[in-house]
Design a protein around this ligand. Structure first.
Ligand code: PGA
Length: 225
């Protein structure tokens, strides 16, 4: 059975109360269904202020869920008001989404900036989940997990075809020998997740909208096989 990464990207959603309800509800699903996470690494990526709330619950209940941030600063520790550098995230998250197309588009993050972020994350022992929009997006050296996320598929309800995503995944691995896992992201739901993860070259999914409801997300995790 291949290992699958299932990443929940909450984006700029969920206040304290919402985050608590979600993790309690998803936590219960895991408790009542031992085999749910058999070969799966579930990575929850809340907004920065919710990281400790979610991680507290995971630790207290000994849940097999990993934490990720949705971004990381391009700067190291120091006089950078408002920034959250990798050295501060170290020990709190295991993963960080880097280069999401929403950050490229809304915050002018260039390939150069994203390569600086990647380097700092790796230096702090954080595994980047590096987002690309296709084979032409440059991938910085050392990235082992890439998420292929075609822009037209994000939040639209129009996912790419599993066959095309598989083809892109293969091409990415051929182009960059350091890539170990390619995930697919863009309108993944509990109904279509199986068609993506059953593709030979796809090792999981990055989920936005369908990760916001704990029930839908548990079904998605269940159906990822
Ligand atoms: P979506 O978002 O699942 O809502 O399409 C995916 C993403 O942006 O990572």
């Amino acid at each position: 059975m291949k290992k699958l990464f299932i990443v929940a990207n909450w984006k700029a959603n969920k206040n304290q109360n919402d985050a608590r309800l979600w993790i309690e509800s998803f936590g219960e699903e895991i408790f009542s269904n031992d085999s749910l996470l058999a070969n799966k690494e579930v990575i929850v990526c809340p907004a920065f202020p919710m990281l400790s709330l979610v991680s507290g619950y995971i630790l207290a209940n000994n849940l097999k869920i990993s934490l990720g941030s949705q971004d990381v600063s391009r700067f190291d520790e120091g006089a950078f008001t408002g920034e959250v550098p990798a050295s501060i995230l170290q020990g709190i998250v295991e993963y960080s989404i880097i280069g999401h197309s929403e950050r490229r588009a809304n915050f002018s993050e260039t390939d150069e900036i994203l390569s600086e972020k990647t380097k700092l994350a790796l230096n702090s022992g954080i595994v980047p989940v590096f987002c690309v929009q296709g084979v032409d997006t440059p991938v910085p050296t050392g990235v082992t997990i890439v998420a292929y996320e075609p822009i037209e598929a994000i939040g639209t309800g129009n996912p790419d075809t599993p066959e095309n995503a598989n083809n892109v995944a293969l091409k990415l691995k051929e182009k960059y020998s350091f890539i170990e896992h390619v995930l697919y992201g863009g309108s993944v739901t509990s109904n279509n997740v199986g068609s993506f993860v059953s593709m030979e070259e796809i090792s999981g999914v990055l989920v936005g909208g369908a990760s916001l409801d704990a029930g839908e997300f548990s079904s998605l995790v269940k159906n990822a096989r």
